[in-house]
Write a protein that binds this ligand. Structure first.
Ligand code: SF4
Length: 266
């Protein structure tokens, strides 16, 4: 969303994100908070004390919105459940029209490592689970075999896996930037809830959203990036690696994965 221009817009936006309550700092009265805003003729927000909390209009990525991060760190599974509940039978973007099932994400809510792809394919759409088709099987092999080969005792079930968009784009096309912006708010909340030690982002499309970059995946793969203070390793999407000519890509992806696994689990 661009900067909201009026309080009703702000409230609608955060309601859509699933927030049901607004708190403001004790030192800031509602009239002061509105001072200087050009369109104050809006319903009074329901302000609640105590309020060492961050007012929604001051929210910036990385801040602890309404203590969500704090709560999540205590109980990420409950927080993920709340995010899924807020998502409901979502129709916030056009991708809902062609989906069979929403693919929210799966794995360990307390995972130290999260994998993020771009969106569900046909198999995922049918099962409601991420990375279960051919590319998903390759990802499972990559995680399990690389970890075993490196003497790290984790398996796929120990990590968390999700996508930027939760509904299958028609014809397996890449999600549009606007669709990623809309649905990505749920991904942001998932990552804030889990707060893993590292994120491995799979493919250029997901990397563009998560890292807000215009650089292609071949340029940035294998180099640590940052998402709100969490190290991010970009690498190739497994579906790209399934192509027969991609021997060098496969080698690079396995190198990237080894780097991530050692960073997280050593
Ligand atoms: Fe909602 Fe995301 Fe599905 Fe769009 S892709 S309808 S925002 S769940």
């Amino acid at each position: 969303m661009a900067d909201p221009s009026s309080l009703p817009d702000v409230l609608r936006f955060y309601r859509d994100l699933g927030f049901t309550e607004i708190r403001a700092p004790a030192a800031v009265s509602p009239s002061k908070a509105r001072k200087g805003r050009s369109q104050p003729a809006a319903p009074e927000p329901k302000l609640t004390e105590p309020a060492e909390r961050i007012p929604v209009w001051n929210y910036r990525p990385g801040t602890d919105l309404f203590g969500a991060g704090e709560t999540a760190r205590q109980d990420p599974a409950a927080m993920l459940g709340k995010i899924q509940e807020d998502m409901g039978e979502c129709t916030r973007c056009a991708l809902h029209e062609g989906r069979s099932k929403i693919v929210f994400g799966s794995g360990n809510a307390k995972a130290k490592l999260v994998f993020v792809g771009e969106g569900p394919g046909a198999d995922e759409d049918a099962q409601g689970l991420p990375f279960v088709g051919r590319a998903g099987q390759l990802l499972t092999q990559m995680i399990n075999n690389t970890a075993a080969g490196e003497g790290i005792s984790i398996q796929r079930e120990d990590v968390y896996i999700c996508n930027v968009v939760k509904c299958r784009p028609p014809g397996n096309r890449a999600p549009e930037p606007e669709e990623m912006k809309t649905c990505g708010q749920f991904l942001d909340r998932q990552l804030d809830a889990i707060r893993p030690k590292a994120i491995c982002v799979l493919g250029g499309t997901a990397a563009k959203y998560l890292l807000d970059t215009r650089q292609g995946i071949t340029k940035i793969r294998g180099q640590w990036q940052d998402w709100r203070g969490i190290p991010v390793m970009p690498t190739y999407h497994p579906s790209f690696l399934l192509r027969a000519y991609n021997k060098e890509g496969k080698r690079q992806a396995w190198e990237d994965l080894k780097m991530v696994l050692h960073y997280v689990y050593d």
